[in-house]
Design a protein around this ligand. Structure first.
Ligand SMILES: Cc1ncc(COP(=O)(O)O)c(C=O)c1O
Length: 383
């Protein structure tokens, strides 16, 4: 039987996962055919590609010339933990979390590293008051909370004349949001997020003050080889020129370079930010027009433009978690929205990735399906 309540159009690309995220439009595997596969990453051709990945990142993100950019193992997690294990302990630390990834860094600091840490947490949907922190301590925080859809509105709370270091997990922000480099001493992200690259490699961006910390402080703890950024008290500069600590995937490097080329073709950082803004704007318009759904982020100034988290508010819903799961399942079943269920630790709802590789036309084609799935599930619940 034909269901005439179903929308006529479907998104061309139904991939709205918050990581790994949609590949850039027009991406094909064939475009990676010239990757230097089966060659050493230490051969001239490999080194050239790795250095290009670093310098293209610098150019597109507008990272200052005196900041180091390194490609490190183990995706964003590797980059964050490498910084925490290598730099923290010299002074007390402010640990900041408003969703599960930030909470993971709190666990690292408190339970694993056993640091002198003050923990600042906010519930899902809210943000910690960043003005209340002591920036003469080190501060570890997440720019965009991927699992709550709450982000830093800007870096104004971070003083220019701080004595501590700011360590910022920016994995679901970099390339889609403005990042104030002068306020960030350590910044990390993974290729798998806003540019739709592959996971497993992390980017570690260090300010001169972060380098100074590495060269002046040696923590009293064992560091595995893949965390070691210094040798004999000096920074291993090669890491920041593409001489990676261990073997990277040259296929993933080529894929990242392709994504960076695409980024340039849409107008660089400005264009990338505009695309995410337009996507999140389309979802915001939908939410404003429907009284059964709301943004999880309470303060509009903190609403993410990448990982947009939504909650159902209809009084007829009896079991919120089951309802949200069922809506996500319907969307997936129709092949119109994949991987849009809320993160496992987050409040029940949906999470729609609106990052720069997603086409606004796909968001717009998907939203009527959300309306359909919601109504179908309300009907199903009535029995
Ligand atoms: C804010 C944040 N931090 C860390 C991670 C972990 O990233 P990865 O799996 O690339 O290490 C994620 C992944 O979604 C994230 O959203």
């Amino acid at each position: 039987m034909l269901d005439d309540t179903k929308p006529a159009a479907r998104p061309a690309n139904p991939r709205f996962s918050s990581g790994p995220c949609a590949k850039p439009p027009a991406w094909t595997l064939d475009k990676l055919r010239d990757a230097p596969l089966g060659r050493s990453h230490r051969a001239a051709v490999g080194k050239e590609r790795l250095l290009k990945a670093i310098e293209d990142t610098r150019e597109i993100l507008g990272i200052p010339a005196d900041y180091r950019i390194g490609i490190v193992p183990a995706s964003d997690t590797g980059a964050v933990e490498m910084a925490m294990w290598s730099m923290l302990g010299q002074r007390p630390v402010e640990m900041v979390a408003w969703e599960s990834f930030g909470a993971g860094w709190v666990t690292d600091a408190v339970k694993q590293l056993k640091l002198d840490a003050r923990v600042h947490e906010a519930p899902y949907g809210q943000i910690v008051d960043m003005n209340a922190l002591d920036y003469d301590r080190d501060v570890v925080f997440t720019w965009n909370g991927t699992t709550s859809g709450v982000r830093m509105p800007d870096g104004q709370a971070i003083p220019a004349d701080r004595d501590g270091l700011t360590i910022c997990d920016a994995t679901s922000a970099a390339f889609a949001m403005d990042l104030p480099w002068d306020k960030l001493d350590v910044t990390t992200f993974s290729w798998q997020k806003v540019l739709g690259g592959e996971a497993a490699h992390g980017m570690l961006i260090l300010s001169p003050r972060a380098v100074e910390r590495l060269e002046s402080y040696t923590p009293d703890r064992p560091l595995p080889k893949i965390f070691r950024l210094t040798k004999g008290g000096k920074l291993i500069e090669g890491i920041f020129k593409g001489e990676t600590i261990n073997t990277p995937s040259m296929l993933c490097v080529e894929d990242y370079l392709l994504a960076l080329d695409w980024a340039r073709s849409v107008g660089g950082l400005k264009g990338l930010i505009a695309r995410a803004d337009a996507n999140a704007g389309a979802v915001a318009d939908f939410v404003a027009a429907h009284d059964w759904i709301e943004n999880l982020a309470e303060d509009p100034a903190t609403r993410s433009t990448t990982s947009v988290c939504l909650k159902f508010t209809d009084a007829r819903i009896t079991d919120g978690a089951a309802f949200a799961k069922a809506v996500a399942k319907r969307l997936e079943g129709e092949g119109v929205a994949l991987d849009v269920g809320a993160y496992r630790d987050a409040p029940a709802g949906l999470r729609i990735w609106c990052g720069s590789t997603v086409e606004t036309s796909d968001i717009q084609a998907m939203l009527p399906w959300l309306d359909w799935a919601f109504n179908a599930e309300i009907d199903a619940q009535r029995g």
